[in-house]
Design a protein around this ligand. Structure first.
Ligand code: IPM
Ligand code: MN
Length: 356
């Protein structure tokens, strides 16, 4: 098969981790005889520095003509510490999501036996936890009416907006995934306070009727946050709006032992994007210490979701599990004094793949 990939390393540790994921991608393509072509493009703070635009038109054009996008991370302390900056790296990521119509962000939360002891939770609570968080990605407060400030600049506002159509398509997607899994959907909102959440609940109650074989649970977001740490195994598919999903998935990722192992797939109207859920971790940039596993696992999702190449995806996942079992891991999950570098982990995984 011919695979045409856009590679967007972005900022901070982005370039290093994407480089490792590409080693795995090349190894898999070599093994299965796929013809790989890829091109890199700018996004984030580096794109602002070089072009003045965090998501340049050239990058968008490349994404549009590619079969899949592999994305690293964006963000830079230069902008984090300057709330007055008009152009921000995050606008690059948000602009890309909007322009590619990526309304669904799929974040699978799975545990790895050799990582359980790193979880902040008791292992009996975490062992076997396996759920999928579906985060709405192009609506809500992130994209509501233009945010603003009052004339005296002492008041600021963001607006959360959802349309029936936006809710419908994402909730329906959640049910479709639940059908292929353990047939449970948790719809997470704040319907006791927010009008948008009441719309979510209203629409969800209609869709629920179309899927009588699926068990539906409605849950307020504060309660869901608690349940993720108290009883993570109770979830199968969770669906929620943009901001709630952003927060809950960071929480969900650490119960597995590290934020550095959670991948994601953003799907929708145009080309899908595959990216780790963690950020650009600027403190580690260039030090060859960042954990590349979330990006490598995002590459696995890319084979499965964008190309329907399930065996290829599984091989990458097996290689990641094997690297953990062999303790070839970076310092965030290594035992004291036994850490490998980012590139060593990438090389080990690519070699494992080639040897199978
Ligand atoms: C994520 C990130 C982004 C988000 C930031 C970088 C804009 O935190 O992908 O979860 O908030 O969506
Ligand atoms: Mn986030």
């Amino acid at each position: 098969m011919k695979l045409n990939i856009a590679v967007l390393p972005g900022d901070g540790i982005g370039p290093e981790i994407v480089e490792q994921a590409m080693k795995a991608v090349k190894a898999v393509c070599g093994k299965f005889g796929h013809e790989l072509s890829y091109e890199q493009a700018l996004v984030g703070a580096i794109a602002i520095d070089e072009t003045g635009n965090p998501y340049p038109d050239a990058t968008h054009e490349l994404c549009m003509k590619s079969d899949a996008v592999l994305f690293g991370a964006i963000g830079s302390p230069k902008y984090d510490n300057d709330p007055s900056a008009k152009i921000r790296p995050e606008q690059g990521l948000l602009g890309m999501r909007k322009k590619l119509g990526l309304y669904a962000n799929i974040r699978p939360v799975t545990t790895f036996p050799s990582l359980i002891h790193k979880s902040p939770l008791r292992s009996d609570l975490v062992e076997g936890a396996d759920f999928m968080c579906i985060r709405e990605l192009t609506g809500g407060m992130y994209f509501g009416r233009p945010p603003g400030r009052s004339e005296d600049r002492n008041t600021a506002y963001d607006t959360c907006i959802y349309t029936r159509e936006e809710v419908e398509r994402i909730v329906r997607l959640a049910y479709q995934y639940a059908e292929k899994r353990r047939k449970k959907v948790a719809i997470v909102d704040k319907a006791n306070v927010l009008a948008t959440s009441r719309l979510w609940r209203e629409v969800s109650q209609e869709i629920e009727k179309e899927y009588p074989q699926i068990e539906t649970e409605y849950m307020f977001v504060d309660n869901a946050a608690m349940r993720i740490i108290q009883w993570p195994k109770s979830f199968d598919v969770m669906v929620t709006e943009n901001m709630f999903g952003d927060i809950l998935t960071d929480e969900a990722s650490v119960i597995t032992g590290s934020l550095g192992v959670l991948p994601s797939a953003s799907i929708g109207i145009h080309t899908s994007v595959f990216e780790p859920i963690h950020g650009s971790y600027p403190q580690a940039a260039g030090k060859n210490i960042a954990n590349p596993l979330a990006t490598i696992l995002s590459a696995a999702l890319m084979f499965e979701y964008a190309f329907n190449l399930m065996e290829e995806g599984k091989l990458i996942r097996d290689a990641v599990t094997a690297s953990m079992d062999a303790e070839v891991v970076t310092e965030d999950i290594a035992e004291q004094g036994k850490a490998y570098s980012t590139s060593e982990v990438g090389d080990w995984i690519a070699e494992f793949i080639s040897k199978q």
